[in-house]
Every structure is written in C-alpha cells, then in structure tokens.
Design a protein around this ligand. Sequence first.
Ligand code: FES
Length: 327
Amino acid sequence: MPNNVLLHPSQHTFVVNGADSLLEAGLRAGLAMNYGCSSGNCGLCKARVVSGQTEKIRHQDYVLSEAEKNQGYILLCSHTAASDLVIEAQEAISVNEIQFQEIEARVKDVKPLTDKVMLLHLQTPRTNRLRFLAGQSVALSIGDDASNYAIASCPCDDRNLQFHVRDIPGNAFAARVFNGLHSNDRVNIYGPVGEFVLKPESRRPLLLLACNSGFAPIKSLIEHAMSLEQAESLHLYWLATVKGGHYMSNWCRAWTDALDNFHYRELVARSLQDPNPDQVLAQVVADHLDMAGFDVYVAGPAQFVTKARAALLQSGVPAAQLACAVI
Ligand code: FES
C-alpha cells in the first residue's frame, strides 16, 4: 500500500510505493534530498523520523550512534515507509550545496538522433550516482579527449544520464562518440557545474526557449518540473536553424498529448544557419502578452542567447526570473 511522506522543513511531500527506499521515492518525485552513496555507507542521507513507522530494507555499513537512534535518525537509502511519515531531512536548494564529483561511468547506449547529433546514454555505478540539479552540465572525458555537455535527463534518475553530442569539427570527444564508442566503454564524468536550474519553490509558469541542441538542458528542466508538479504550466518554443534541428520533436508532442499544462511550438529559422531569436520572440509575444509573470529559460548558441536575453529584459521579464545557458 502506498504511504505518504511529508518532509520538514520544506513541506514537500512524496509517495512511497512497494519496497522503494525513502531516498529512491523522494528523488523520483524530483526532490533534491541529501545523499551520497545510495548504499548505506556514507551517512549523508541521515534524516530524523518525526512520526510514523519505517522498515529497514537494506544492509547498512554506516553506524548511527545510540543517541541518534534514540532521537529517531535513520538512513533514507536503507529504509522504506511502513506507514505515513513525517521526516526531518535536508534538501539542496542551491547549486552550492551540491559537491563536485568524479565518477567513472559506462556507456549504456549510443545512437544517432540525426546525422549530426548523437544520444549518449551513460550509466553510473549503483553506489556512485551523480547528484545534480536539472539544467546543470558536466565535463565528460574518454582518455585525454574531454568536452563539456549539458545533462539532458532528469535528476530523478541519477544513475542514467543522457547527453546530446553534436558533431563539431575539431572536437575530439565528439569524434570518439561518432566513430566507434561501444556499450560498456568507460567515460569519466566531472561535475556538476552551472546555475541554469529551476528557481526553488517558484510556482510561476515556465517559458522555455531553445535553439538547436540548447534543447538538452531545457529537456532536463522540463522533466524535473514535471516530476515536481510545481509549475502551473510549461511553454516550450524550439527554434531549429539546421536541418533535423528538432531532433526530439516526438518527445515534445508526447508531452503535449499527455499533459494539459504543456504547450509546444516548433519553429524553423527563416534563414537557416542564423540563430536569431527574433522569430521566437515574436511568437512568444503573440502568445503571451505579459511575460513578466513567467520564469524564463533560454538555451542555445551564444548569438541566440545574447539577443534573446536583451530583448526579454527589455520586454519586462525581471532579471531574477531569467536564466540563460550557452550550448
Ligand atoms: S546515501 Fe550514503 S548512506 Fe545513504
């Protein structure tokens, strides 16, 4: 039977089904709970049960003191809910609370999205997952070949990480991905970095503007916002300046079909190769007269982002509600 969990002090809630650990269920609900190893070793997921019953489901090596046990402390990664619960637990609310990590991951899959963009799916070890906030980036390296990429998946699945790798002339890491990376090959991950993340506790609707593979961090933000169920509505505008630029439009249409509060517009640049945001902004203004009430996220090539940022500020979007990422 599902059990409800209320977290203090955030007042966030989530549901625990079956034998999921409290940590797994909380992450799946999009919450940035404190943790490290996910396997009972580090103690970083320590939290205090205020009321309700828990059940231990996994061995833990980390030893809680008698005083901690008497105060109700448990490890969230090795316990599940045996009743509805109230728990006192720390959650990250800013990027500064997430430490820099180095992880050796394996290639789970690599497949073309177009002839110029490859989907790279990495899987971390079960006991060394990447803690990050949606919209952040990492450095990836294979031997001496390294490059920075936005994470294109949701932190609610911290073991399976997706990246949209473009075939850029002279980029040795991309060349490795396009020419012979195989399942189970090793890729090192360093990060996360970046402040292109959802505003904590904001319930404003989200306006998301992507150009080409600027879609990668935007996808992560969308998936995280959906799991948090916090934003009133999500409005995605995706401009393509290259052939095949909307390389995951099927995902966007599926979101549109599944969710009443998700809206998607696909735009093709009038002049290909020109990442000018004017066309997108004209469409946004036509759809939404008042943009000051949105949290706005812009990601794409530098020219797109710089011009869009200036125009959005001029149109009344408060600077504190505008985040930009050059991809
Ligand atoms: S996350 Fe390390 S002990 Fe739970």
